[in-house]
Structure formats: structure tokens, C-alpha cells
Design a protein around this ligand. Structure first.
Ligand code: SF4
Length: 347
């Protein structure tokens, strides 16, 4: 049974929900996502203190499209992660990636510690822009058994970083020093992964990659990759910048590798990634099922519901939605079992 409870309001008008229980599969914003490999995306928080101008999930205080935020009970998300990891036969990486920043999660160290003890989890990683890193938090995460931090640094220039991250208080020099501390003083591996916004930080990403190699990132996993700037339905768009086509992106990546002599593209196997059986998806496109609404969704116009028969989270669009109400919903998208449905009637 899934419980959602408002525990506060963030950034003046967004309710913050605490989510507990089951199911925690099927929603892009929180819970666990299985994309058919030995890596599970674990999403315990949607919060982020930054306003990156390119944010594909429109996170942070200046978000225009978000209407609610969520944090998930750590024991519930642990159970959900382990259930799928066990189904996959173990040897699974728990990648705490989120549609915000994992460092906002108040139970992060507790969750990492718990996951570390599981025989089904082989590594634990998280993805962050590093704004909330501190020596103390790094030490705690190191002790808890965190294996890797994927750190997005999009420029080494302080003024440009403030612009890209959308907040005056962002201090890239501090993040750099903490990154070096991670490499030198902890067992946590560091992977540097700048977002490349063509025409905005072309030279910066090359400096970032050189710096990543120089400081010794990538003790066990690849030292650096470059992320492609993409536009999503609710994401922020950088004025005047068009995302590159994938073919062009990979051509540029090869040019960067040739010019610097540094590798930034990696095969799945070099990441230790492999295909694995997917946890069974209970519904398919065009199925119609009864769904009970439990809360508004992350973004304007969407609600989150739980399928009544075979419990699973479904994002609902259409109709005059009420909370705690049951609707008939037709599934219109089932990719990776992140189910999206449209209301077709009331029960
Ligand atoms: S890109 Fe990441 S760090 Fe930046 S606002 Fe979005 S979620 Fe936050």
C-alpha cells in the first residue's frame, strides 16, 4: 500500500510529499527504474538546490513546470531495489541518479549503508552537480560504502559556473577541491561528466576532461564522459542552442579524443554493465485498468496513481482528476515499464 503525505512546502508553493510503502516502480520521478541491465536507477528524492539553465527535468527553486516534490522512505526504496536486484540474480549496481540531486536526500548515508550490506548489490554510485558536497558528507558516504560519484562539472570557470548552474552562490572552486579530496582521501571513485552545451562551453568541457585525468579520476571506472545537451518536454532550454544530432555528437566526441589523446567514450562492458532480464511489467500499451490517484505528479497536468489489480505506479493525464479517486486508464506508453496512461472513464 502506498502512502503519500505532505510534510512541508518548498520554494513557496510546491508541496513536499513523503512517500512510503509499495509499489515504487513505474514512475520516472521517484522509486526504482529497471532498463534491462544490471544497473538499477534508484530515485529517493526529486529536490535540487540549483537552477541549471539546461536542466532536462526542470528541477530547482526556479522551476516553472513542477508542482510537487517528493522524498521516499529509505526502507521502502531499499526493499524495492533489493526485490528487483534479487530477481536479476544479484551483481547489480544501485545508481542513485534522481530527477534532482541525491545529496538533498536526508537519509542518503543510511540508504547507502543499507544497500552496501545486501548480497545482491555489487556497487553503489550517485550522480550530482556537487553543490551540497562537504568534507563531512564525503567522509560519511565513504564510511557507508559508496563506490562512485558521477560528478557533473560543466566548466572550471567560477563566473560561468554560476551562470550555468543558475545560482549566485555556486562555487566551482570549492567543488573542485572536494573532488580532489574524494580522489586522494577516500575509497570512492570519481567519474567526471560535464554537460556539453554547444557554443556555450565547448572549450570548458575539454579543460574539465583534462583536469579529471590530471587529478586521477577513474580509479576503477572510466575517468570521464561528456553528456549531450537534450531538450525534454518539461526541461529548460538554453536560448539559441539546438541540441546536436547523435551522429554529430559522436563525431565531435571522436574529435575531442583525437585532439586531447584522452578517452571519453566507453563501451557498456568497460562500465561493467551487461544486459539482464527485466522485472516483469504488469501492463502493456493499450491495456485498460483501474487506477487510484494518490497525489499530483511532479509536473503540471500529471497525477500519480496506483493500479488497483496488479499494483504499479502509473502517471495519469487527462480528465478532471481528484486525489483518492479511482479511474479507468488506458496505457499509452510502456517504455521501460514507466507507465503513462490517459483517463478513459470513472469507476
Ligand atoms: S541539471 Fe541536475 S543539478 Fe542542475 S538543476 Fe537539474 S537536477 Fe539540479
Amino acid at each position: 500500500m502506498l502512502e503519500t503525505k505532505i510534510i512541508g512546502v518548498v520554494w513557496r508553493n510546491r508541496p513536499l510529499y513523503f512517500v512510503k510503502g509499495t509499489p515504487l516502480y513505474g514512475y520516472i520521478g521517484f522509486g526504482v527504474i529497471d532498463r534491462g541491465t544490471n544497473v538499477l536507477q534508484v530515485r529517493p528524492t526529486t529536490l535540487c538546490p540549483l537552477n541549471c539553465i539546461f536542466c532536462s527535468v526542470d528541477a530547482g527553486p526556479h522551476s516553472r513546470n513542477r508542482r510537487a516534490e517528493f522524498i521516499v522512505d529509505p526502507d521502502s526504496i531499499y526493499e524495492a531495489t533489493i526485490e528487483i536486484a534479487r530477481f536479476k540474480g544479484g551483481g547489480v549496481e544501485a545508481l542513485i541518479d534522481t530527477v534532482g540531486d541525491p545529496l538533498t536526500y536526508p537519509y542518503l548515508t543510511y540508504l547507502v549503508k543499507k544497500l552496501k550490506r545486501s548480497p545482491y548489490i555489487s556497487s553503489i554510485a550517485l550522480e550530482t552537480h556537487g553543490a551540497l558536497l562537504s568534507h563531512r558528507l564525503i567522509d560519511e558516504l565513504n564510511e557507508a560504502g559508496l563506490d562512485r560519484i558521477n560528478l557533473s562539472i560543466d566548466t572550471l570557470n567560477n563566473e560561468k559556473a554560476k551562470l550555468l548552474q543558475g545560482v549566485e552562490w555556486f562555487n566551482i572552486d570549492k567543488v573542485k577541491k572536494l573532488a580532489e579530496y574524494i580522489v586522494q582521501e577516500t575509497n570512492i571513485d570519481l567519474h567526471i561528466t560535464p554537460v556539453w552545451i554547444p557554443g556555450i562551453n565547448d572549450d570548458d568541457i575539454i579543460e574539465v576532461i583534462k583536469w579529471a585525468y590530471r587529478i586521477g579520476a577513474g580509479k576503477k571506472w572510466p575517468p570521464a564522459t561528456i553528456q549531450k545537451y537534450n531538450i525534454h518536454k518539461y526541461g529548460r532550454k538554453v536560448p539559441g542552442v539546438k541540441p546536436l544530432k547523435w551522429r554529430m555528437f559522436w563525431r565531435k566526441i571522436r574529435e575531442i579524443e583525437k585532439a586531447t589523446g584522452l578517452k571519453v567514450s566507453w563501451e557498456m562492458s568497460e562500465w561493467g554493465m551487461e544486459k539482464r532480464k527485466r522485472y516483469p511489467c504488469p501492463y502493456r500499451k493499450n491495456d485498460v485498468t483501474a487506477v487510484k490517484t494518490v497525489s499530483p505528479g511532479l509536473f503540471r497536468g500529471e497525477y500519480i496513481g496506483v493500479a488497483v489489480k496488479k499494483e504499479w505506479l502509473i502517471t495519469i493525464y487527462g480528465g478532471g482528476k481528484k486525489i483518492d479517486h479511482t479511474y479507468y486508464v488506458r496505457i499509452i506508453n510502456d517504455k521501460d515499464c514507466l507507465l503513462i496512461g490517459r483517463i478513459v472513464g470513472e469507476t
